[in-house]
Design a protein around this ligand. Structure first.
Ligand code: AMP
Ligand code: MG
Length: 539
């Protein structure tokens, strides 16, 4: 098969990838080998082959993820790489399969979902002994495709590829992305489900993660009373992904669940720190490892608005809005607790673990806010008032969250300034600075003075505060309009911006002179444009 990429004829290291496919080796398989949509019982996965495509082409590849697999950047430019990671060719040791899971979608039990367009290739153990599962998203139908085609389009694949890597470099736990390829085939999508289908370029992303197991992977067994399979998957997950825990037993199940609560709390604190809105926090999109997974209609807060969600499907109810994410994570954990209850048989310790989620989240959030403000720690007695008022100050007029925190680090420590001078370094954060009335300025100025007093009272050095803040408040995030501009270009066959954005997002906390255009607030044209402020699940 030909690709129009300039490919190297040199042998790549691909054939030396060391596969050790524990998931398929140790867990129950579907005995039906037909690739046909159906209910799959008493099995964790179904073997299925990716669908070959006509004219694959490399769009981008992440050098760091390649390295995790002991691959060199040159390996990613080979024809073998392209053919492999679009799903046209299997490497020795690959054993492709789709997993079975269920989930609560928008608060309602949806039954069997499963990998409808994700095909797992196997698990690579690298030279450092780390285990990485590889998964192609958009590589064709599986028994779990329900009424859909098993494919993905370039638009959503650019978004998933870039955001996985951006999140990693921001320090947010996430699944990773090795590669983004075009299939050379067209896929029909009705982006807003409003009777306007169009043909879009098809694409495949290779996702990489220690595990792709979700809350819904456990829920499906419990919902069907398939307790033996439930136990097998829990035991396997503990042995493989939580190896520091003791051999599985009811007591260890509880420790395991508590750890999932802690990890999930940690992940959500990071989302709140960087202004990330997942958009579809269904239980099938919650990783058992507390990783951000399944990048769909996610978005980044531009103006700070806790009620914002990018997902048009959820715009009315706002179930998955920014400020509701901590509660939704708890609700999802409660569904997981229900699913594993049959293995434990006691409600109280599960409730206690859910309590741990709340405690961890609260403490993690406070520590995170202290860091964002450059304080040495959060002192509830004084800092609760400070952060409560900050929340109000940020919503007085449209205020860019990312720019605000970044500029706050530059604030001069001089307290005796009038409102206007105090605000000057922050003006860039306001979408319409002319909307700032004297009352707004007085309130913001008041907050800035209390903040500076708090800083002065603790004797925090100005330069040290600035350094600390700039290490947790990113300058560069994957702004919604930047992703859309990149998609517009990529759809014309120009991938330079995908690669440039990938590069910029590798150092989100650095100043990166010459790249400031990627740190600008949303331009007016993007305010209501599809893909920038409104997204759907269609992908
Ligand atoms: P998501 O909302 O992306 O988490 O997807 C929910 C479910 O729908 C999962 O089981 C997906 O595998 C499935 N799904 C989404 N898009 C497709 C598609 N184009 N073809 C097959 N299954 C899909
Ligand atoms: Mg999903």
């Amino acid at each position: 098969m030909k690709t129009d990429l300039t490919t190297s004829l040199a042998a790549s290291s691909l054939s030396t990838l060391n596969f050790d496919n524990r998931f398929v080796a140790e867990l129950p398989a579907d005995t039906d080998l037909r690739n046909q949509v159906r209910q799959v019982h008493r099995a964790c996965y179904s073997r299925v082959q990716p669908t070959p495509v006509a004219a694959p082409q490399l769009v981008a590849c992440s050098a760091e993820v390649a390295e995790l697999l002991d691959l060199q950047p040159a390996d990613c430019a080979t024809e073998e790489f392209v053919e492999t990671f679009v799903g046209n060719r299997l490497l020795p040791g690959m054993d492709p399969y789709a997993t079975c899971y269920g989930g609560h979608q928008f608060g309602h039990w949806a039954g069997q979902l499963g990998d409808g367009r994700a095909i797992n290739l196997g698990e690579v153990v690298n030279r450092r002994g780390q285990r990485w599962a590889l998964q192609l998203k958009g590589a064709g139908p599986t028994p779990y495709s329900r009424h859909a085609d098993g494919l993905a389009v370039l638009r959503s694949s650019v978004r998933e590829f870039l955001c996985s890597e951006a999140m990693h470099h921001l320090g947010v736990p996430t699944t990773r992305a090795l590669s983004l390829l075009l299939t050379g085939e067209l896929v029909t999508r009705d982006m807003f489900y409003d009777g306007h289908p169009r043909q879009e370029p098809g694409a495949v992303v290779c996702r990489v993660s220690p595990s792709f197991t979700r809350f819904g992977s456990f829920q499906i067994f419990s919902s069907r009373d398939e307790l033996e399979q439930l136990r097998q998957l829990v035991n396997f997950t503990i042995r493989t992904d939580f190896p520091h825990l003791d051999a599985p037993s009811p007591a260890v199940y509880l420790q395991w669940f508590e750890e999932i609560c802690r990890r999930t709390a940690g992940m959500i604190v990071h989302w709140m720190r960087v202004g990330f809105v997942h958009g579809v926090m269904n239980t099938d999109n919650m990783s058992i490892l507390g990783l951000t997974i399944d990048y769909g209609p996610y978005g980044w807060l531009e103006d700070y608005n806790p009620d914002w969600t990018p997902n048009t499907t959820d715009a009315q109810r706002g179930r998955y809005r920014f400020g509701h994410q901590p509660q939704i994570a708890l609700w999802n954990l409660a569904q997981l607790a229900n699913a594993i209850y049959p293995l434990i048989g006691q409600v109280e310790p599960l409730e206690a673990a859910l309590q741990v989620y709340g405690d961890c989240y609260r403490q993690g959030w406070q520590e995170m806010m202290a860091q964002k403000l450059g304080l040495e720690g959060f002192e509830p007695a004084t800092d609760k008032l400070l952060t409560d008022e900050l929340e109000k100050v940020l919503t007085l007029v449209e205020t860019d969250m990312t720019i605000f925190y970044r500029k706050l680090a530059d604030l001069s420590p001089e307290i005796d300034q009038d409102d206007d001078s105090l605000l000057t370094p922050l003006l860039d954060a306001y979408y319409r600075a002319e909307e700032l009335t004297p009352e707004h300025k007085a309130r913001i100025g008041g907050w800035l003075r209390s903040y500076l007093l708090r800083v002065a009272g603790s004797g925090i050095d100005h330069a040290a505060r600035r350094r600390q803040m700039n290490a947790v408040n990113p300058k560069y995030v994957l702004r919604n309009y930047l992703a859309q501009l990149t998609i517009d270009k990529a759809e014309t066959g120009d991938f330079a911006l995908v690669n440039e954005l990938l590069e910029v997002m590798r150092q989100p906390y650095a100043e990166q002179p010459g790249k400031e255009e990627f740190a600008r607030k949303r331009p007016e044209w993007a305010r209501h444009r599809a893909g920038c402020s409104m997204l759907s699940c269609s992908s």
